[in-house]
Design a protein around this ligand. Structure first.
Ligand code: XMP
Length: 327
């Protein structure tokens, strides 16, 4: 039997009962696979890695070593939530790496989107590798949040390394407990494991994070404005009951300014661009017709609460032609 093929008769996990049965089964097989060994996991706080972490904590407790790399490009409150949930509530063995300065120093002055992605990706691997080396020898396993679409998309060929790129001398056996599940099933399992709703329903977030939303060369002040504006957008979407109902929504802030008037004085500040999309597979995407009152509320709050932003626009471009991210 191909371990990377979902059996035809595998029941779809749609209820807490089915999720609990899956969890019990996985706890048993994870214990059998790992024994008294240690497992390393890059925990971003995304749905998949969070569910894998919660499963492994249940199965092997402190034999799991979670590494959360804060690259300084996370959304507001995200790294804090990872620490709070996994260290505070689940008592996990969590290594928190504050690497913000490393990333932001390397990115200073780099405007080209693909160059930014390369720097962020390569530095992420370097930071993770440093942490992996500290525990290498003790740790024989690497857990990954691979899910079934990753396997399907890579055509059965292993091209779905979430962490990827670790050097050959760091040899780990892979642990991939949710690799046969679809995203909706991973969410049901996450809920059954007691993860907070906003973590389970978390929208996709690109690996390079806010790095590809702070358009052009990233500066710390503009990144700060972006993070605040994005937090307001997410707060208002959640309050309007749109969390989990609109596929992805976020703010980008370009590296040019627009003119405004604030309290009778000329302002020359950045615009905030709101993007919201619905899609099935991210290959094509539609822009939802958001409630006008919601858009006005978000606009008013951003203009009022975020220093440095004097204009708000809603991007109406479908994909194609516009990609979901601006960069
Ligand atoms: P685009 O912009 O290509 O985005 O229409 C499609 C989906 O992919 C996400 N995205 C990324 N995810 N690394 C990632 O892990 C990246 O470099 C990256 N670029 C885009 C994007 O957020 C959307 O969900």
């Amino acid at each position: 039997m191909d371990p990377n093929k979902r059996p035809d008769d595998m029941q779809r996990i749609t209820t807490p009962e089915l999720a609990n049965a899956f969890i019990d089964e996985q706890v048993e097989s994870l214990r059998a696979q790992v024994g008294d060994g240690k497992v390393l996991l890059a925990l971003s706080g995304g749905v998949d890695s969070s569910v894998v972490a919660a499963l492994l904590i249940k199965a092997i407790g402190k034999q799991l070593v979670c590494v959360h790399v804060n690259h300084g490009l996370m959304r507001k409150g995200e790294s804090e939530q990872v620490v709070d949930v996994f260290q505070g509530q689940m008592d996990a063995n969590l290594v928190y790496v504050d690497a913000a300065d490393r990333f932001l120093d390397l990115l200073a002055g780099v405007a080209e989107p693909e160059a930014k992605r390369k720097i962020i990706g390569a530095e992420f691997i370097r930071v993770f590798e440093e942490e992996a080396r500290k525990v290498a020898g003790e740790v024989g396993f690497l857990a990954q949040g691979t899910i079934y679409p990753d396997i399907l998309e890579s055509d059965g060929v292993k091209a779905h390394h979430n962490v990827g790129g670790l050097p050959d001398d760091l040899q780990f056996e892979l642990v991939e407990p949710v690799k046969l599940l679809f995203k909706d099933e991973v969410r049901v399992v996450g809920r059954a494991l007691g993860l907070p709703e906003n973590m389970v329903e978390r929208q996709p977030f690109p690996g390079p994070g806010l790095g590809v939303r702070c358009l052009g060369a990233i500066t710390r002040d503009r990144l700060k404005a972006l993070r605040e504006a994005d937090a307001i957008l997410r707060e208002e979407f959640a309050a309007a009951g749109l969390e989990g109902r609109v596929w992805q929504y976020f703010v980008s802030v370009p590296d040019f300014r627009a003119t405004g008037v604030r309290d009778g004085v000329r302002a020359y500040e950045w615009p905030a661009i709101i993007r919201a999309v619905n899609t099935v597979d991210a290959m094509t995407a539609e822009v939802p017709e958001l409630d006008w009152a919601l858009l006005k509320r978000i606009t008013a709050r951003i203009l009022d609460e975020v220093p440095g932003i004097c204009r708000v626009v809603y991007d109406l471009t479908p994909k194609p032609i516009g990609t979901i991210e601006w960069e």
